[in-house]
Design a protein around this ligand. Structure first.
Ligand SMILES: Nc1nc2c(ncn2[C@@H]2O[C@H](COP(=O)(O)OP(=O)(O)OP(=O)(O)O)[C@@H](O)[C@H]2O)c(=O)[nH]1
Ligand SMILES: [Mg+2]
Length: 337
């Protein structure tokens, strides 16, 4: 039987949100719930030397809880239903009010079946599906609806950890503006801001998540007027894309928008003198360098690298590039070690 201590000595300068999270931790029951709260506490912690010790302690407790989860597989099976293992190039969380077409949208994007029904709260567990985009795949995670008084603890953790949020609004609903505000308000009370560009000053412990607003039911009566209202409220705040899950209008464009909003680049590698492997590119954040790409392939690679040749944008074929050269989507790199 493992016992995890919940007591920690606190440096004096921790924000009040930390205390709140710590209080929640005391009443948390499952390891998954505790891991979620500990991760939140780590995010809240100010970054300075005085908190190094406490951070290490939190990480240690997270890893003990994770081990505990792994060793108690049968017992924790019901709880592991709430955890989503990341897969593919990125993870997108789907948030929205009840019955707005979230699951149908995930089905349209992924081509695989999801529970869709004409009543609220059809989805009650995280449901990951893979969406193909050109030569990569992106994980889209369907979730239960969010209302002012309904959001599970694990939904907060999932949104916080996602690379992008798809906020879904229903163009067949007269209440779409109020519903969308409600979802944002609920997330906001869990210290999650849906944004397009990160603010200059960030609040400690608050997650700022890039968001794409997807309006479903473009095929419904009155959708043009409601879309106009939605754009009026959100243009400039988030990109707004309208789709129909019934006619599939807008779905192909949405795939491209999701990829571009992830702000990642795909880099391919080739051994000297051989053709490049155009499968399974390395996925890196935009602005990454040749050195970042090398590090991702192998930790020894970066230190042993003598020089690199590149095929791609902004270089002639096979041009030697420096370690700090910024790579572009589609570049092929040939590392010489
Ligand atoms: N005509 C039309 N119907 C849609 C569209 N999107 C969703 N629907 C229908 O709306 C109903 C609700 O869709 P779901 O995808 O289950 O909604 P949800 O947001 O996942 O609902 P919860 O999981 O209960 O929150 C279903 O009957 C869908 O077929 C659309 O773009 N056009
Ligand atoms: Mg659903």
């Amino acid at each position: 039987m493992y016992r995890i201590s919940l007591e920690v000595t606190m440096p004096a300068n921790l924000p009040p949100q930390y205390k709140e999270a710590e209080a929640k931790l005391k009443s948390a029951k499952t390891p998954e719930e505790k891991i979620g709260i500990l991760q939140e506490m780590l995010a809240i912690m100010p970054k300075h030397k005085g908190t190094d010790h406490l951070k290490a302690d939190l990480r240690n407790r997270i890893s003990k809880l994770e081990k505990m989860r792994a060793s108690k597989k049968t017992k924790s099976r019901s709880d592991s239903r709430f955890m989503v293992e990341r897969e593919g190039a990125a993870q997108v969380a789907v948030a929205g009010p009840p019955n707005c077409g979230k699951s149908h949208l995930v089905q349209s994007l992924s081509g695989s079946q999801v529970d869709v029904a004409d009543y609220p709260f059809t989805t009650n567990l995280p449901t990951p599906r893979m969406m193909d985009y050109e030569d990569i795949s992106i994980q889209i995670v369907d979730m239960p609806p969010i209302t002012l008084d309904f959001m599970e603890w694990w939904q907060t953790a999932l949104v916080r950890g996602a690379d992008l949020v798809m906020l879904v609004a229903d163009l067949s609903s007269d209440a779409l503006l109020a519903e969308t505000r409600m979802v944002r308000e609920r997330l906001d009370s869990s210290r999650i801001s849906l944004i397009n560009n990160p603010p200059a000053e960030k609040e400690i412990g608050r997650a700022y998540k890039r968001t794409l607003l997807v309006a479903t039911n473009l095929d419904s009566d009155g959708s043009p007027e409601r879309l106009k209202d939605l754009r009026k409220e959100y243009d400039g705040a988030f990109p707004v894309i309208a789709v129909s899950n019934a006619t599939r209008e807008g779905i192909a464009d949405l795939r491209g928008t999701i990829f571009s909003m992830l702000e990642v680049v795909r880099v391919y590698t080739k051994p000297p003198g051989k053709p490049a492997s155009m499968k399974d590119p390395v996925i890196l954040p935009k602005g990454s360098t040749v050195l970042d790409a090398a590090k991702q392939i192998h930790k020894d690679f970066a230190s042993k690298m003598r020089f690199t040749r590149k095929w791609g944008k902004g270089a002639f074929d096979g041009q030697r590039v420096e370690k700090n050269h910024v790579v572009e989507d589609g570049d092929i790199l040939e590392f010489h070690i």
